[in-house]
Design a protein around this ligand. Structure first.
Ligand code: DQA
Length: 147
């Protein structure tokens, strides 16, 4: 089983950006957590972070036929990107959405998630642990789907 773990804009600045909201752990810490979780679950993983919407769309398209599942934190593109939604729908790879913060309790402009409309589940407000939970959930989901 192979997963693509996608992170959107400004997540490369984890640890530095608004630590009261996103915590003090860095993107390197996130990468280590994802790699450890995938290794423990016997999942091969690719991690990709970009500040550019089209790069994220390209990466989703390139995943077609190459990965079994996608874990995505589209970051600010969550609230604007029909392009990322359409890419997820186009490849139809089961995807799970993650948000480090509890977006539901934040500003009104964060209350919509376009990519989330193509995801089987969303984990939010759990800090970096949300990625661990998303990976474990997606593995179980795919195992059930494939009988
Ligand atoms: C975020 C929440 C988004 O609203 C925000 O734009 C981000 C990070 C999160 O992980 O909590 O960049 O996706």
């Amino acid at each position: 089983m192979k997963f693509l773990i996608l992170n959107g804009p400004n997540l490369n600045l984890l640890g530095l950006r608004e630590p009261d909201i996103y915590g003090r752990q860095t993107y390197a810490d996130l990468e280590a957590l994802v790699r450890e979780t995938c290794a423990a679950e016997g999942i091969e993983c690719e991690l990709y972070q970009s500040n550019h919407e089209g790069d994220l769309v390209d990466r989703i398209q390139a995943a077609y036929g190459n990965v079994d599942g996608i874990v995505i934190n589209p970051a600010a593109y969550t609230h604007t990107s029909v392009a990322i939604l359409d890419a997820l729908k186009a490849v139809a790879i089961p995807a799970v959405e993650v948000h480090i913060s509890d977006v539901k309790s934040r500003e009104s402009f964060r209350q919509i998630s376009y990519p989330g409309m193509a995801c089987v589940k969303t984990f939010m407000g759990l800090g970096l642990d949300g990625y661990r939970q998303a990976i474990r959930f997606l593995k179980q989901y795919l195992n059930k789907e494939n009988g």
